[in-house]
Ligand binder design. Structure first.
Ligand code: NA7
Length: 537
């Protein structure tokens, strides 16, 4: 007699306790699946667990980033700032996990090292570093797009005898900067958040910048009691906007193109944008900002003028003004007191295009200008975006295909949640989802995945795998929109260009949420014909 098929231990195994994974665990349990979550860290939060560096904070409004699935949850949590800092975010995510009694389903310090599909039973065998060995029917990787820190390959990095920390792997115990000689390498969103916060504490701060970014003010503030009351009263309306808006923000889109306005009107509008919160500079700016080079240049020259007005040393000001890309081509960082930091006598800027890092030594960093001695080095050098974690999890699909081989030329997906050859495997919050306020569209994906699992179960199926033509349709859409306008952002991490040797493929979905909504409706209306559904033998 044949041995019995290996039976799954759980219906759903989620990997990663970030904002997407927590929601996925909640939804799976709510629908009556047995579920377990494996998390590499020793606490919940994902991105908001690992990025605990000084100054780490949202640049989406707190109440638009948090969960919206429960009015009770919304009502019993009060955010203190329009853009919350990491400690408050981590407290919030712990609160959610405890409020919905999710913690008992989570195993911490459990980094997944292998997940192998067994074709005969339609199940996945998953192994993690805590000794976990579990068989699951459905494997859902909610491992995030910004979860594998990137360390540039600088000669001598191991020789440095001081402290070194990556912003995305920040220690749980406080780092003492007082009176130290500190370097920050990288001036993306993380670098420009930490720089102004530690500058007052350190003896000397040296910023190593390769590419200047179009930084604009975050314009954060505490939430006043009156605003708190309005946020409570207007919850339903706000949720409706956030659940349907293209970008997942509350900022209303503008209705005018840049040259519809006179020079004076444009200036006044740009001033208003400069003083508006966070991403509104992108989402509420002139309608042609990203499509008309001349409109973009107008805004950039306004921002450049602002930088010149803040930074006292004209040479440093010029170094801080981007020359090689337009606004919005790279993910725009939002700042508080960043440019002002360069007016401090203990802060200096090294332009790596003029003087690249040659090597690190036991005592510091050496460029063509000589050796700078340091006590602490902060790597704010970004992440292996989009596919980094998925390619490192030991995922083996049908016929033992490795996911990293399947995606050797870049990811191919359907809706950013499934890929051919990997039945019963989903990755909401991964590549090709949408673009904008991340939790909103990742939440859309979790809802889609959960509804799909319910469909599979309720129709008596065991396995689900996307059809190749559906995957091709979605991936072609992603690739097509990625080049509109042509070459826009090609040198950003959105295309994987920050990682040597990584295929240059667009890793977000510039078609955005509207494409996601449309395709989800099509799946539903066509009875899941985008997928092959089957029963185990
Ligand atoms: P980013 O935005 O990828 O920024 C990384 C920074 O590190 C950026 O300034 C890079 O310069 C710099 N970098 C990367 N490699 C090197 C080397 N080899 N030498 C010098 N400088 C280097 O990462 P963040 O952590 O700041 O932000 C990631 C996301 O977190 C952000 O988009 C938000 O969603 C929150 P480059 O531009 O490549 O020349």
């Amino acid at each position: 007699m044949e041995p019995p098929e290996p039976a799954p231990d759980v219906d759903v195994l989620v990997v990663g306790a970030g904002i997407t994974g927590i929601y996925q665990l909640y939804r799976a349990l709510e629908e009556g699946f047995t579920a377990c979550l494996l998390e590499a860290g020793d606490g919940v939060g994902g991105t908001w667990y690992w990025n605990r560096y000084p100054g780490a904070q949202f640049d989406s409004e707190s109440y638009t980033y948090g969960y919206l699935f429960s009015k009770e949850l919304y009502d019993d949590w009060e955010w203190h700032e329009h853009f919350a800092h990491q400690p408050e975010i981590e407290r919030y995510l712990n609160h959610v996990v405890d409020r919905f009694d999710l913690r008992r389903h989570i195993r911490f310090d459990a980094l997944v090292t292998a997940a192998v599909y067994d074709e005969s039973s339609g199940t996945w065998a998953v192994v993690a570093t805590d000794g976990t060995e579990l068989r699951t029917r459905f494997l859902i990787a909610a491992t995030g797009v910004l979860s594998v820190p990137h360390f540039p390959d600088v000669p001598g990095r191991e020789d440095f005898r001081g402290e070194q920390h990556h912003t995305g792997l920040w220690p749980n115990t406080p780092v003492d900067f007082a009176g130290k000689r500190v370097a920050v390498i990288g001036t993306g969103s993380s670098g420009v958040q930490i720089i102004p916060v530690i500058a007052a504490e350190v003896a000397e701060l040296t910023v190593y910048q390769r590419t200047a970014n179009w930084c604009t003010p975050l314009n954060n503030a505490p939430i006043t009691p009156g605003q708190q009351a309005r946020l409570r009263a207007e919850f339903e309306g706000m949720r409706e906007v956030l659940n349907t808006s293209q970008s997942g923000f509350l900022h209303p889109p503008h209705d005018r193109a840049a040259f519809d306005d006179s020079k004076e009107e444009r200036r006044a509008f740009f001033e208003k944008m400069w003083n508006s919160p966070g991403f509104s500079k992108l989402t509420s700016n002139y309608t042609d900002l990203l499509f008309d080079g001349a409109a973009n240049a107008e805004w950039c020259s306004f921002v450049a003028e602002k930088i010149r007005g803040i930074v006292e040393d004209p040479e440093i000001a010029e170094q801080l003004i981007p020359e090689d890309h337009r606004f919005g081509e790279h993910r725009p960082p939002f700042v508080t007191g960043y440019f002002e930091t360069y007016n401090r006598p203990n802060v200096s800027l090294v332009d790596l295009r003029e003087t690249p890092i040659l090597r690190m030594t036991e005592t510091g960093i050496e460029t063509a200008n000589g050796l700078r001695e340091l006590d602490v080095i902060v790597w704010a050098t970004g992440f292996d975006f989009g596919t980094g974690a998925l390619r490192r999890m030991g995922i083996r699909g049908r016929d033992s295909i490795a996911l990293e081989d399947h995606w050797a030329d870049g990811p191919t997906t359907f809706l950013g949640v499934q890929t051919t050859g990997f039945p019963n495997f989903f990755f909401p919050g991964g590549p090709h989802a949408a673009a904008g306020n991340n939790p909103r569209y990742n939440g859309d994906q979790v809802d889609f995945v959960t509804n799909t699992l319910v469909h599979v179960r309720d129709h008596g199926y065991d396995t689900i795998e996307v059809e190749p033509d559906a995957e091709m349709r979605w991936t072609s859409m992603v690739d097509k929109w990625a080049t509109m306008p042509p070459s826009f952002g090609e040198k950003s991490y959105y295309f994987g260009s920050n990682i040597p040797g990584k295929p240059r493929r667009y890793l977000l979905n510039a078609g955005g949420r509207p494409k996601l909504f449309k395709e989800v409706a099509r799946v539903r209306d066509n009875d899941y014909e985008a997928f092959r559904l089957s029963r185990s033998p």
